[in-house]
Write a protein that binds this ligand. Structure first.
Ligand code: ADP
Ligand code: MG
Length: 396
């Protein structure tokens, strides 16, 4: 008998009809003889009555500790409703909060770090043939306060529980057929990737592909547990993420696909400082001290260009003002990242990107690269054409 973690996202638990599909997945896994541990997100997306965003707006004056408690209610509601429906199907199930499931975190409200997991209460339920339905996205601090794990945190809950239980598989159920070559909302002709390495999915997630949270990928990789991304609403086999043997550098002409996928992230803002009197060390230390995380940066003797998430605009402006730095700003930008383990050391990828985008009249505002990624900053108005043309150029 194997042990499977099944995590269901917001759209999967949103309505009675969608939960009917969730119940089918759980019932089928049980019928196949698996032990099942379920992890759920809050119901629906932005705008839904019990979605996390809706809860946050109910009380704007409360402190961070109480806000985490409020935010944790969404998953408690969806877990309770799902348990109720499992019982109707004569499957014994119990709700467990993150704390009851043994997830212990630090005290960093809204983005807590998991310190340890004590899975004994989960094992107790399983031993009694009870399906634990665990609230994702949350844990309990060492002082006993409810904490939340940050956006996408339910994916992390699933992986961390999988690791603690030494599960045989972690299945992430969502509203698309698996990990795709690009976000289907931006490029509807994107294709499902059948199997892919942890490293590449981590890069995708870290570059903005929100189909899975990067921490969840990292934990599954560390535990060596295969991670599946599947559609709640279909029977497609989905994507399997596991360690792939590193592809040998192939002879000329047969490199296969250099690029596996394209990820993007919106809400980027680019700052351009043209001033040769700046004390760089002081400026960038002050930015770091005020909590600004820099996405892309290029430093030249008389020029510094850096890109941040637009949520940091106020902090950046304040630091620049305090340092009397002249600057220009490019708002409404997106970063498009090409990911591929096989492009390491292969020349000409950037040249291909530049030609393809130039032919479409898309301006590249800044670039960044690593061994396995190349990123271009563009105006958000060019996002769809950029993803489309790069998808075609690299034969995805
Ligand atoms: P859930 O609520 O189930 O966690 P999310 O909205 O967090 O769902 O993630 C699923 C969404 O991720 C999809 O609807 C899709 O628009 C988006 N997405 C972004 N990049 C990709 C990709 N490369 N492959 C699949 N989906 C992607
Ligand atoms: Mg998600």
């Amino acid at each position: 008998m194997s042990l499977v973690i099944q995590k269901f996202g917001g759209t999967s638990v949103a309505t009675e009809e969608s939960r009917e599909k969730v119940l089918e997945k759980i019932v089928n896994a049980k019928k196949q003889g698996h032990q099942v541990v379920v992890v759920v997100s809050a119901m629906g997306r932005k705008g839904s009555p019990y979605a996390t965003d809706t809860l946050i707006r109910l009380a704007s004056n409360i402190g961070t500790k109480d806000m985490d408690l409020l935010m944790s209610c969404g998953e408690i509601i969806s877990a309770s409703v799902l348990v109720n429906e499992l019982l109707e199907k004569e499957i014994t199930a119990n709700v467990m909060t993150g704390g009851q499931a043994g997830i212990i975190t630090d005290e960093s409200y809204s983005s807590a770090t998991i310190l340890k997991v004590d899975p004994s209460r989960i094992f107790d339920l399983l031993a009694n043939d009870i399906v634990p339905v665990i609230t994702g996205f949350q844990g309990i601090s060492q002082l006993g306060n409810v904490t939340t794990l940050g956006r996408g945190g339910s994916d992390t809950s699933a992986s961390i529980i999988g690791e603690a239980l030494d599960a045989d598989a972690i299945e992430i159920y969502t509203d698309v057929n698996g990990i795709m070559t690009a976000d289907p909302r931006v490029f509807p002709r994107a294709k499902v990737i059948d199997n892919i390495s942890y490293t590449e999915v981590f890069q995708m997630a870290d570059s903005g592909a929100k189909v899975i949270h990067p921490r969840a990928v990292e934990v599954a990789r560390r535990a060596g547990i295969p991670l599946y991304i599947k559609n709640t609403f279909t029977d497609d086999s989905g994507t399997i993420i596991k360690n792939t043997k590193s592809t040998p550098k192939v002879l000329d002409g047969d490199r296969g696909n250099l690029i596996t996928s394209i990820a993007h992230i919106n809400n980027r803002v680019q700052y351009c400082l043209e001033d040769n009197k700046i004390n760089d060390a002081k400026l960038f230390t002050e930015l770091a001290d005020s909590g600004v995380s820099i996405d892309i940066i290029n430093i030249f003797p008389n020029k510094k260009i850096f890109t941040v998430d637009e949520k940091y605009i106020n902090k950046v402006e304040e630091v620049l003002k305090n340092n009397n730095v002249n600057h220009s700003i490019n708002k409404d930008c997106s970063k498009v990242t090409l990911i591929g383990e096989r492009m390491t050391g292969v020349p000409g990828v950037m040249a291909k990107i530049i030609s393809a985008l130039q032919n479409q009249g898309v301006s590249i505002l800044q670039t960044a690269d690593s061994l396995t990624t190349i990123a271009c900053l563009i105006h958000t108005k060019d996002l769809e054409i950029t993803v489309k043309v790069l998808h075609e150029t690299f034969g995805l």
